[in-house]
Design a protein around this ligand. Structure first.
Ligand code: SAM
Length: 289
């Protein structure tokens, strides 16, 4: 009995701070305008729970004070990126929607090189999360190099969340994340960890050097400084945006995509209803015309 009582007294109980409608409105309008992320009323509980840790860390007992701080010049410098890290949905995987990588390897690159006469390819992984997507692209292109034709390629990988970008740059993953790698891919592209890294793997340097990771806000930054691309992946990102934001982004993607270049979208994203210089090749694969 006493043991149980002592145990309970030592546990730190934390009463969640609740987010009222007024504060939710302030925050959701800000998130929508700055990052394009839709925040309808049914997301209130999710937002409230995702931000609890931030309030606790900064010792705020009300959302009103926390939001005032986020909007202040000091908060913009110190807290904004952490708030974005907390609210963004970063789910991703290696070889997610594998059909895209298979298409590039088996036909997409051949067709593109034939049509353009190029031997150098520039790729953008927009909304790359913790790096699984750009590393998978790099593997597909490296395999193309080894088995089909030698091409030079470089990948730009961007995300709004600096937390996921840090992990992406380091390129260390739990072994569960690479369970789908064949023995051949494992030997070629993964380094096994030991001691504290026992159940971890690291992407080989050769592949890591192919990717330039950069923080970039797709909604409120200009795209012209990024250069032109032959292939753009923006998968499972626009699904969180309002339609007009999606359309603006798609127009900007097509402006920085070279003729005949490819745009890859996520499985539940489409360009239906938008006027764009894109031809559909497969359900989520488009070519610039
Ligand atoms: C669900 S993940 C998708 C990752 C990867 N593309 C995939 O399909 O596996 C969505 C990513 O988009 C990023 N994101 C959300 N809003 C963004 C914005 N305004 N600018 C740039 N990245 C954004 C999030 O931080 C998150 O890492």
């Amino acid at each position: 009995m006493n043991i149980e009582k002592n145990r309970i007294e030592k546990v730190e109980f934390y009463e969640p701070v609740s987010l009222n409608n007024r504060d939710f409105k302030r925050l959701s309008e800000f998130i929508m305008s700055q990052y394009g992320i839709k925040m309808p009323p049914d997301k209130k509980t999710m937002l409230q729970s995702r931000l609890q840790k931030r309030l606790k860390k900064l010792n705020y007992t009300s959302f009103r004070d926390y939001i005032d701080f986020v909007f202040s010049p000091q908060g913009q410098n110190e807290e904004l990126t952490k708030m974005v890290d907390a609210i963004s949905t970063n789910k991703t995987d290696f070889f997610r929607e594998k059909i895209h990588f298979d298409y590039l390897y088996s036909q997409g690159i051949d067709d593109y090189l034939e049509k353009t006469g190029k031997s150098k390819i520039s790729i953008w992984s927009a909304g790359c999360s913790s790096g699984e997507e750009p590393y998978t692209i790099a593997i597909a292109l490296n395999e193309y190099n080894h088995h089909k034709r030698v091409i030079d390629f470089q990948i730009l990988a961007t995300d709004i969340s600096s937390g996921v970008l840090e992990n992406a740059m380091i390129g260390i993953y739990h072994e569960d994340k690479v369970a789908m790698f064949s023995e051949y891919l494992r030997k070629k592209y993964l380094l096994r960890g030991k001691d504290t890294y026992k159940h971890k793997v690291r992407i080989v340097t050769e592949l890591r050097n192919k990717i330039n990771f950069q923080r970039f806000n797709l909604v409120s930054q200009g795209y012209s400084g990024l250069g032109m691309f032959d292939i753009i992946f923006c998968r499972n990102v626009m699904i969180y945006f309002e339609r007009e934001v999606q359309y603006r982004l798609l127009k900007q993607f097509t402006q920085c995509l070279n003729p005949e270049g490819y745009l890859f979208l996520g499985h539940s994203e489409s360009i239906t209803g938008y006027t764009l210089p894109l031809k559909q090749i497969k359900p989520t694969i488009f070519r610039k015309i």
